[in-house]
Design a protein around this ligand. Structure first.
Ligand SMILES: *Cc1c(COP(=O)(O)O)cnc(C)c1O
Length: 443
């Protein structure tokens, strides 16, 4: 490493906690140091040493058009020139809300926040006010940001079954710590969160029987992306919709990752299952910080200033974010890249499976459209316990060899690789080629 790059990393570690502002960026899950990136262009990112990497992190799924898309850059430039921060209602937030409402049949009104965390927190608060109940149902391995109530891994429902306590492993980093909840979360708040396993019909029925009357909402990622990619079983989603409706529990889809990624109208459009509230983020900000809560008028009107549920934000509906998001959605609507992304994803999944089979390394690739995770596991991965059963050492070797060869995948076995419209078949084939070599080194 050159002197300047070394100094940057040293200073990062000196002045930032762990050298990062979000734990997964520390690369500890693959035994490495933080990677300092200085720029991105299309599918490429460049680090402080001038090395280039083919990027499959893509802003943790935010950049579905790749880095520095010309339309997004133009929209941002124009907005900055007209003031980055207006602090009152402005056209771009009206247009972005309209575009979201058009894309999602379940959404009539939108409230923007500066992060997905805040949007999840607000959706849950709204559900509690609407139902007059306090408990929430969450699913192990799903991530809903870092507010108190969703940093709980195992609620009382499952403590009885003696299951181990593990978490939304990726960003929270709780799993690596082996904690039941994040430090600093009051026990009284943790008691309000019932955590059950993803895709587990029996646990779902049991939790509903036991806690149904106390549950304000059930919140889940309709395709899990924060324990690696895990698709929901159709019966599971259907049953969840049925029982929540029967018991007047609001169903919240956290589509922060899946919204505008698995389909323009998100996972709810793809699966034909309509939640009560939807949380969005990432893609809708076009690379800028964002979150959103959306739902029908009768729910959304409970938010201030119409209703009694407080939510506010200096930077909520930030003009630059709105402009970037609007340009991104316009482009996605015009180009409708979802078929192409799906086939690129399929090509990558198939290529990796073939390479692994040649190398005699058992893997499972979970792929939904343009999101994908390689699990070094013998069996299929359908919930957090099976994801954690995968071989973490093999994953680390795999990720580190890829990185050395100029391919950047998330430095954690509990994250998704993301494709963008800037990726081509040649990029995918390059990854498969390098991965073949990496897989040979894994055993
Ligand atoms: C990223 C993410 C969040 C949190 O969004 P932030 O903007 O990081 O606060 C919430 N839910 C899901 C599913 C996410 O992937």
């Amino acid at each position: 490493m050159g002197r300047r790059a070394t100094k940057l990393l040293d200073d990062a570690k000196r002045f930032l906690v762990g050298g990062v502002n979000s734990p997964v960026r520390a690369f500890r899950q693959v035994g490495q140091e933080p990677l300092v990136l200085v720029r991105g262009q299309g599918v490429w990112v460049t680090d402080a040493q001038g090395r280039q990497f083919l990027d499959f992190i893509l802003g943790w799924g935010s950049l579905i058009l790749g880095h520095v898309h010309p339309r997004v850059v133009r929209a941002v430039r124009r907005q900055v020139a007209n003031s980055a921060m207006l602090g009152l209602t402005h056209p771009a937030e009206v247009h972005l809300a309209e575009a979201i409402a058009e894309a999602f049949p379940s959404i009539g009104k939108v409230r923007f926040t500066p992060s997905g965390t805040e949007a999840c927190m607000t959706a849950i608060r709204l559900a509690r006010a609407y139902t007059g109940r306090s408990k929430i149902l969450t699913f192990e391995g799903c991530y809903h940001g870092h507010s108190d109530g969703v940093l709980v891994k195992r609620g009382p429902a499952c403590a009885a079954s003696g299951a181990t306590m593990e978490s939304a492993a990726g960003r929270s980093g709780l799993a690596t710590l082996g904690l039941a909840k994040s430090g600093g979360v009051p026990e009284a708040i943790a008691q309000e969160t019932i955590v059950i396993s993803y895709n587990d019909l029996e646990a779902l029925d049991e939790a509903i029987t036991r806690y149904g009357a106390q549950l304000a909402c059930a919140i889940l990622e309709p395709v899990a992306a924060n324990m690696g990619v895990i698709a929901p079983h159709h019966e599971f989603l259907q049953r969840l919709r049925e029982v929540t409706k029967q018991r007047d529990i609001l169903l919240i889809f956290d589509e922060v990752v899946t919204g505008f990624r698995v389909a323009y109208g998100g996972a709810q459009t793809l699966f034909g299952i309509t939640p009560d509230l939807t949380v969005l983020g990432k893609i809708i900000g076009g690379g800028f910080p964002i979150g959103a809560v959306g739902g029908p008028w009768h729910l959304m009107q409970r938010l201030a200033p119409e209703g009694e549920v407080y939510h506010a934000g200096t930077f909520a509906g930030h003009p630059v974010t709105m402009a970037a998001g609007l340009a991104t959605l316009d482009e996605l609507k015009r180009e409708s890249p979802y078929g192409a992304l799906e086939s690129l994803g399929g090509r990558l999944a198939q290529g990796l499976l073939t390479a692994a089979s040649t190398a005699h390394i058992p893997i499972h690739v979970n792929q939904v459209g343009s999101m994908l995770t390689v699990f070094f596991s013998e069996g299929p991965v359908t919930h957090l316990a099976s994801a954690q059963h995968a071989n973490a050492t093999r994953f680390a070797t795999f990720a580190n060899v890829l990185r050395k060869e100029g391919i950047l995948i998330p430095p954690s076995p509990f994250e998704a690789m993301f494709l963008s419209t800037a990726h081509t078949q040649e990029h995918i084939d390059r990854v498969i080629d390098v991965a073949s070599g990496a897989l040979a080194q894994v055993s």
